[in-house]
Design a protein. Structure first.
Ligand SMILES: NC(=O)CC[C@H](N)C(=O)O
Length: 257
């Protein structure tokens, strides 16, 4: 098996980069963490890697809107390198602040003539939501989610409300199989608050691009890779591994030859 190299791209205010590094290493990849300013100095470095991960955090202090400044940097200074990377059939993962950044950079859904199709806004609750939630997984062709049905992992964000410009955009994304992660509740067909922690349209928690190789999600799979990270592991019994680990392993195995 060819071992892929992962670039965990940091910015000022990233705070989940070490966890993302650890998760990809557990899954069997080589991992390097790099500050975006270093990549801007020489964008061609990106092509040394097979997987790009933009981790969670508060880049640029969430100024303007969470992930917006990082998105602008990605689109304006690294746009060509990123398109080349994506078109080489490599993988891109954005977690939480990373999802905000890659979505707002147009890497998941290219904008149309009227502008962006979707964004992530402030939680309906008006506060930071930091707790464990349940996810339903519809992998469709998303490389990262192959074989998964559900996940129990934490969220920690203030701006995770997924909004499309019009309802038909969300309907189209569902039909195309791009809505790959939704918040779930056992008794609600579409999860309502608090199961849906931010009021996302369609209870959307994660979205992939049309190829299935770019995934963005608000919850944190890298915070549940070890079974002991689950808050109830002593009561429920120790699972074999954390629910988030298969997502990283799928990405690594995609490059198996
Ligand atoms: N954990 C995170 O990445 C948080 C994302 C962002 N700072 C928010 O609060 O919405």
């Amino acid at each position: 098996m060819a071992t892929p190299k992962v670039l965990v791209l940091r910015g000022p205010g990233s705070n989940c980069d070490q966890e993302a590094h650890f998760a990809f290493e557990m899954a069997g990849a080589f991992v390097e963490r790099m500050h975006i300013n270093r990549l801007r100095e020489d964008p061609a470095q990106l092509q040394r890697f097979q997987i790009l991960c933009v981790p969670g955090g508060f880049t640029y202090g969430d100024d303007v809107a969470a992930g917006k400044i990082l998105a602008t940097q990605l689109a304006n200074f690294l746009g060509d390198a990123l398109r080349k990377f994506r078109d080489a059939e490599k993988l891109i993962l954005g977690i939480c602040n990373g999802f905000q950044a890659i979505l707002k950079a147009g890497l998941i859904l290219p904008p149309d003539e009227d502008g962006p199709l979707a964004t992530l806004g402030h939680n309906d609750s008006g506060k930071f939501e930091d707790r464990w939630i349940h996810l339903r997984v519809n992998p469709n062709k998303c490389v990262f989610l192959k074989g998964l049905e559900s996940m129990h992992i934490p969220v920690a964000h203030g701006e995770g409300k997924f909004i499309t410009r019009k309802q038909w955009i969300l309907d189209g994304l569902k039909q195309a199989g791009q809505v790959v992660l939704t918040y779930s509740h056992p008794n609600q067909p579409e999860a309502q608050y608090p199961a849906n922690p931010n009021g996302s349209m369609g209870a959307v928690a994660g979205l992939c691009d049309a190829t299935g190789r770019v995934l963005g999600l608000m919850p944190h799979p890298e915070r549940h890779v070890l079974p002991t990270q689950h808050p109830q592991w002593t009561r429920l019994g120790l699972a074999q591994e954390g629910d988030g680990l298969p997502l990283f392993r799928n990405a690594v195995e995609y490059f198996a030859t």
